[in-house]
Design a protein around this ligand. Structure first.
Ligand SMILES: *Cc1c(COP(=O)(O)O)cnc(C)c1O
Length: 424
């Protein structure tokens, strides 16, 4: 369910016609719906209403501070994977005690920053990291609250690039070694064991891998209890999939029911780290058709959005629905929708049946709210697009379009290399 729909053949986000928005803000441009974000957060939250739980939105899926602030106002916390994301979360007003910190490569500076902000817990991904965090906590005179991220060796049956809980993945501590790692953590000063954590992958469309993981973690938690190690938080990560095309992911309610059924009296507070399922279908990428072009074997639609704005099709071969902003009755043709970037891998859709479109008209790339802007880059020296948040018939620019000057911020030409060529 989302708030992008046609009214009299014009595509709207809530009360705002996207054509008007495109004309006012320019394209390419990301557009998010407040109502959809609220709905997705509430559905997930209510599904777990019967048990103590916390929803820590995955900042990497959409890092805009207005989005983080909005989700925080619904009662959410965040899952971060870098110092930069911690900075964003704090700027967005998320309190430290609602922040969990995952990631295999936390640096000393990042660890110190998180310790000084007294975050809820570190999700620790290796025993070396555990030792480093203990040492930094000692040095700073603090206690680090921790969970160990356990790799349960479960196949999430998703794209290999976003599968994270199998033996061959770099993430977490393998479940056979977890007991020893907890034993080691207990022996370290300045470490308080708070939880068990996992995250097995993204865009999961089946429930079984989540349930298998929970079963394995429950056995681990019971084992730890016998060792007098009390687990207060069970962090089940994110990963619930969404509909891009023909997928049939479980509804958050089905996901919740399956998990609640398998808790079997476990009394931990549950933490979830959803990203995509909250924000994926709450955002679109609005783009303009620059040119159409017919070659001997292909039809191309060339848009002003490219792989630097939305890399998922190029990177994962992902499918995103593409819809014209003005819906009219017209013939269709099979096309590649491509961007202006100098790479043949720069496409938004391939061999797609779309209505015949004209140069100058607007298209929307649907389901672009997660891993859209946040994975964007300046490749080909393209300023990153603005982000707009719609609420009812109002809209807010929550990130300005970058300027040419933004592109060279921090760059300089050393005198040494400048044999008299004057700089403007
Ligand atoms: C990416 C990530 C998530 C979010 O995954 P989604 O599929 O977007 O829900 C949660 N936790 C961790 C540790 C992650 O790396």
């Amino acid at each position: 369910m989302n708030h992008f729909s046609y009214e009299q053949d014009e595509l709207y986000c809530e009360g705002i016609p996207l054509r008007k928005l495109a004309e006012a803000v320019g394209t390419p441009c990301y557009v998010y719906s407040c109502a959809t974000l609220r709905q997705h957060f509430n559905v997930f939250d209510h599904a777990f209403a019967d048990v103590p739980h916390m929803i820590c939105f995955s900042v990497k899926s959409n890092s805009n501070i207005a989005i983080l602030n909005l989700l925080g106002s619904f009662g959410g916390g965040v899952d971060i994977v870098s110092g930069g994301e911690l900075f964003r979360a704090l700027k967005a007003g998320i309190p430290g005690d609602r922040i969990v910190y995952s990631g295999v490569g936390k640096t000393l500076d990042e660890i110190d920053y998180a310790l000084s902000e007294d975050i809820l817990m570190f999700n620790i991904e290796s025993t070396q990291e555990l030792e480093v965090i203990a040492a930094r906590a000692k040095f700073l005179g603090r206690t680090a609250r921790i969970a160990l991220r356990v790799n349960p060796d479960v196949d999430p049956k998703t794209h290999p690039y976003i599968s994270t809980g199998m033996k061959e993945n770099k993430f977490g501590i393998d479940i056979e070694s977890a007991i020893n790692a907890y034993e080691q953590a207990r022996g370290l000063g300045h470490i308080q064991i708070l939880g068990v954590d996992c995250h097995i992958g993204s865009q999961l469309t089946e429930i079984a891998p989540f349930v298998d993981t929970l079963q394995r973690l429950r056995v681990l938690i019971e084992h730890l209890e016998k060792m007098q190690i009390t687990i207060r938080f069970l962090d089940l990560g994110g990963g619930l999939g969404i509909v891009y095309d023909q997928e049939e992911p479980p509804h958050p309610r089905e996901y919740a029911q399956a998990i609640l059924q398998k808790l079997n009296g476990l009394s931990c507070t549950l933490i979830f780290e959803p990203g995509r399922v909250i924000v994926g279908n709450a955002g679109v990428l609005l783009t303009k058709v620059l040119y159409t072009k017919r070659t001997a074997i292909k039809n191309f639609i060339i848009t002003d959005a490219g792989m630097n704005d939305l890399i998922r099709p190029s990177f994962y071969g992902s499918y995103h629905q593409i819809q014209p902003v003005e819906r009219t009755n017209r013939e269709t043709q099979v096309v590649d929708v491509v961007g202006p970037i100098c790479e043949s891998g720069d496409f938004l859709a391939r061999d797609r049946e779309l209505p015949l479109v004209k140069a100058g008209e607007y298209l929307t790339v649907m389901s672009a709210g997660a891993y859209g802007f946040s994975m964007g880059s300046n490749y080909n020296s393209r300023p990153r697009p603005p982000e707009v948040l719609v609420r009812g018939d109002q809209y807010f620019i929550i990130r300005q379009r970058e300027t040419w000057d933004d592109l060279i911020r921090g760059e300089s030409v050393p005198d040494l290399l400048n044999p008299g060529l004057s700089l403007s």
